[in-house]
Design a protein around this ligand. Structure first.
Ligand code: SF4
Ligand code: SF4
Length: 211
């Protein structure tokens, strides 16, 4: 699937998301997210790669960040352990339940995280939000830990050029300095096509992870 099609799919899902928010049915989107967790067992984190409205608005945020030269390669130290992603997940669930039970209000949790994702990506590389903050991504990572189908690197043809590393939004592909071969970590891979698109040797494949 080429980049244009992925953009069309992303915009279509973003439109569906906006429509559901406007008609006051955010729980339909959350149900879709729940379904995507089951799909992640088989096909990996396709929600993150194709559907997530947070990820969709992070694209323009990264563009602006680069344009204004305010993007940094650094990761805030306090986030680097990954613990805060779990705290944000627990906090999101707790706040949704409290607002619903005590105040009879549906907390707009996804729009809140869209705003956070946008602001964080104005300053930091996308993988900081994807891997260390996003509560939705944290759950996707559990279900997409060992998907049946996933992106894989053909070690025979990989030349270790690192182009895929630079193109990956979630820091999921790394080239070993010893073997000079790339390897993908499935639980943080969004199953997008960025690495595949730039690989000069056609070494990135999407197939049965057990093969
Ligand atoms: S872009 Fe392709 S050849 Fe280059 S390191 Fe990545 S997988 Fe290997
Ligand atoms: S490893 Fe490739 S498919 Fe996975 S998130 Fe990175 S660029 Fe996308």
């Amino acid at each position: 699937m080429n980049k244009t099609w992925i953009t069309v799919i992303r915009i279509a899902f973003f439109g569906i998301f906006l429509f559901l928010m406007l008609i006051g049915k955010p729980f339909i989107w959350l149900a879709l997210y729940g379904l995507s967790l089951i799909l992640a067992l088989f096909f990996g984190r396709i929600y993150c790669g194709f559907m997530c409205p947070i990820n969709t608005v992070m694209g323009p945020a990264e563009f602006l960040s680069k344009k204004m030269s305010i993007q940094t390669d650094k990761t805030p130290k306090w986030l680097s352990s990954g613990v805060f992603a779990w705290i944000f997940l627990a906090l999101s669930i707790a706040l949704m339940l409290i607002f619903k039970k005590a105040l009879k209000i549906d907390l707009p949790i996804i729009p809140i995280w869209i705003a956070v994702g946008f602001l964080v990506t104005l300053r930091y590389k996308p993988h900081v939000f994807h891997n260390l903050i996003c509560p939705f991504g944290t759950l996707q990572g559990i279900f997409g830990r060992k998907p049946l189908f996933s992106k894989k690197v053909d070690k025979e043809t990989c030349i270790g050029c690192r182009l895929c590393e630079k193109a990956c939004p979630s820091d999921a592909i790394k080239v070993s300095s010893e073997t000079k071969k790339a390897t993908i970590t499935p639980n943080i891979c969004h199953q997008c096509t960025n690495c595949k698109d730039v690989c000069p040797k056609g070494s990135i494949l999407y197939n049965n992870a057990k093969q």
